[in-house]
Design a protein around this ligand. Structure first.
Ligand code: SAM
Ligand code: SF4
Length: 509
């Protein structure tokens, strides 16, 4: 069981969503593409890159996989139930493939990377397996399948950022867009599969990010979310073309794991790796560059890492009205021993210090988090420290998960997954109940205030109401009026709230 309070970076309602574009322009190869995505915002953003690569080759998208020539599923490995969801979906594609034997079925993303060619043996109907850094090779791989072979490319890269590919975003609302600023992760949190499925961290050239955001703004978009697993370690070396010098493509991840395993029980070999030299473009610099595109363009970002978020970043957020006052700062556990086992490289006091810095520099800033319950050997007292940390911070939102052991990770190799499911679940329920209280309290305090809202469209429940988000990332619902339309900002007087939504009325312009 995973529970979460909705947030834009992992939108439960978008899981399994098919990407639909307009008719192919220019070339048309007469073939139909179906692509659906699971997992985090990075995966949805990657599917837009894949669609761009294939529509460029003349594919047209369809929302009906039964009539597609190529069916792609972009997958997530973060927890076991995410993988199970994909396996169930693949079974549904089996039936369609029996009726349409020429159909090419491909698995993309983290599960493809984790299982590699094993996928072809396990899931007999899969023809193509493509890891997150090999999407440029998809047209060739599909051709290989057309020639009667099965095809795999799971090479990870130290350089690939798809910086030159303009993602197609035609089924978005035309208002908010995700923009990847980096790929991969070097952190090796012991529970996490991401460093193995997405490879080493690399940052994207800053000017290409600014160009993409400017283009989005010129096309009417009013909010960009800058994406990375650890945005605070974004770094572009102006002296080198790439943030990594090794250009050789190779399967990565294992080298980091070896380093950690060799470093002994206290992980002393893995210190926070974020160091800045003169001339580097940092995340604080990048935020300023994007903020300067237009005061009418809102900037969000995710995810921040407690060990790397600097005061410079906080001052950049404070300095620009259009950088949203909202930080997603996953804590995972409130106990220092568990944090050490998780290899998060910060402790309880460090996290509290970062919270104090946010409250000092940007007092109005909303903070959300991720929490894992029942990590290996977590005691009842240690779980209580997570609850007391929640009381200390009063997070606005949280993603809350039971620990799910992932094969190949440090934790799977080193620690017993020894907390019974019933205990993990009970602890999760306690965390969720506390979070609901805190979310509700936070929103109740906003009743009577005026919030600047970017209108995103009709509310989920009624076409008589508009829905949008406040600067602090809370959903705000208010009656439709001829004076406003989606994509515009409106000041809304908050009159009441539920546990997750503010409700109000627009102020006269
Ligand atoms: N890079 C981000 C960070 O470090 O905060 C998060 C990336 S991960 C895709 C999102 C969240 O999934 C993590 O913050 C963690 O709470 C959760 N997660 C990752 N691995 C997990 C596991 N094995 N079991 C349960 N939750 C997990
Ligand atoms: Fe996973 Fe940790 Fe990297 Fe986040 S920072 S993606 S939790 S290894």
């Amino acid at each position: 069981m995973d529970l979460l309070i909705p947030d834009k970076t992992h939108d439960e309602s978008r899981q399994g969503e098919a990407l639909i574009l307009g008719p192919a322009t220019g070339k048309n190869n007469g073939r139909k593409l179906y692509i659906e995505s699971y997992g985090c915002a990075m995966n949805f953003s990657d599917s837009e890159i894949v669609a761009s690569i294939l529509t460029d080759k003349g594919f047209e998208t369809t929302s009906d996989f039964t009539i597609a020539d190529v069916v792609l599923i972009n997958t997530c490995s973060i927890r076991e139930n995410a993988e199970q969801r994909v396996r169930n979906r693949l079974k549904e594609f089996t039936v369609a493939k029996v009726k349409n034997p020429g159909m090419v079925v491909g698995v993309l993303g983290c599960m493809a990377e984790r299982l590699k060619s094993k996928f072809l043996e396990e899931e007999k109907l899969v023809d193509v397996v493509v890891g997150p850094d090999a999407y440029r090779d998809l047209p060739n791989l599909i051709e290989r399948v057309d020639d009667g072979q099965r095809a795999v490319n799971v090479l990870l890269s130290r350089e690939e950022t798809y910086a030159d590919i303009s993602p197609v975003r035609l089924n978005s609302n035309g208002i908010n867009a995700f923009v990847s600023i980096m790929r991969g992760c070097d952190n090796m949190c012991s529970f996490c599969v991401v460093p193995f499925t997405r490879g080493r961290e690399r940052s994207r050239e800053p000017q290409s990010i600014v160009t993409e955001c400017t283009d989005l703004f010129n096309r009417g978009y009013r909010e960009v979310t800058l994406l990375g697993q650890n945005v605070d370690s974004y770094k572009w070396k102006t002296t080198n073309k790439s943030s990594e010098t090794d250009t050789q493509k190779q399967v990565l991840g294992m080298d980091l794991l070896d380093k950690v395993l060799a470093s002994g029980e206290d992980f002393s070999g893995l210190q926070p790796h974020y160091t800045v030299e003169a001339g580097d473009v940092t995340f604080a610099n990048l935020l300023e560059m994007v903020a300067q595109i237009s005061p009418e363009l809102r900037i969000r970002f995710s995810t921040s890492h407690p060990k790397d978020i600097t005061d410079d970043v906080l001052y950049a957020i404070k300095k620009y009205d259009n950088i949203c006052k909202y930080i997603h700062l996953p804590i995972q556990s409130g106990n220092s021993r568990v944090l050490k086992l998780m290899n998060r490289t910060y402790n309880r006091e460090w996290y509290m210090d970062r919270i104090a810095a946010i409250n000092r520099i940007i007092p109005e800033c909303a903070i959300s988090t991720d929490i894992i319950t029942g990590f290996c050997s977590e005691t009842e007292e240690e779980h209580q420290e997570t609850l007391s940390m929640m009381d200390h911070v009063h997070f606005y939102f949280a993603y809350m998960f039971m620990y799910s052991e992932r094969p190949g990770t440090l934790a799977a190799k080193r620690y017993a997954d020894d907390i019974p499911d019933a205990v993990k679940k009970r602890r999760l329920q306690e965390v969720v109940a506390k979070q609901q209280e805190h979310s509700h309290e936070r929103l109740k305090k906003l009743v009577g205030t005026t919030q600047k809202v970017l209108i995103e469209g009709f509310s989920k429940k009624s076409n008589n109401d508009y829905s949008g988000r406040s600067d602090q990332n809370t959903v705000v619902v208010f009656p439709v009026s001829d004076n406003y339309k989606p994509g515009q900002y409106v000041n809304v007087l908050i009159e009441r709230c539920t546990t997750a939504t503010l409700i109000g009325s627009p102020q006269t312009p």
